[in-house]
Design a protein around this ligand. Structure first.
Ligand SMILES: [Zn+2]
Length: 146
């Protein structure tokens, strides 16, 4: 492997970089290394909301592998590629249903703001999560829930 390939993998070329001491992109108010970074580095997220937040952060920093790894094998797409021009600029958790360590299902409704070139928008989704095998998985999502 060339040094260039290693460097681009580490930095998710074209996506924003987040340092450990930076505010976490998910908007929790915590530092990255005290919020979504542990999940992104392999420590299973303890709740559906934490998994949802870490997946949002993965979209921000371009970590497609993490998105695949946390997507339930039953609903996971064969291929997942992220567009570096699609920037995620803010997350708001609207509602959380169950999804605690004691549950095996959870629902997280959120609004995620995005920018793509001169276009801006908000993705409003209600995501479903399942806990299986000691970890949470993203199952699927309903866009623009009523
Ligand atoms: Zn976070």
């Amino acid at each position: 492997m060339s040094f260039g390939a290693a460097a681009s993998r580490a930095a998710f070329d074209g996506f924003p970089r987040v340092a450990d001491a930076d505010p976490c992109p998910c908007g929790s108010g915590d530092r990255f290394d005290g919020c979504c970074a542990p999940a992104l580095r392999g420590t299973a997220a303890p709740t559906a909301e934490r998994l949802m937040r870490s997946r949002y952060t993965a979209f921000v920093i371009g970590d497609a592998a993490y998105l695949s790894e946390t997507w339930h094998p039953g609903t996971r797409p064969d291929e997942l590629t992220l567009d570096p021009d699609q920037r995620w600029t803010g997350l708001e958790i609207v509602a959380v249903g169950r999804g605690t360590e004691a549950d095996n299902r959870g629902v997280v409704e959120f609004r995620a703001a995005w920018r793509h070139g001169r276009d801006r928008g908000v993705l409003h989704e209600r995501s479903r999560f399942v806990q299986q095998g000691g970890r949470w998985w993203y199952l699927d999502g309903l866009i623009d829930p009523t």
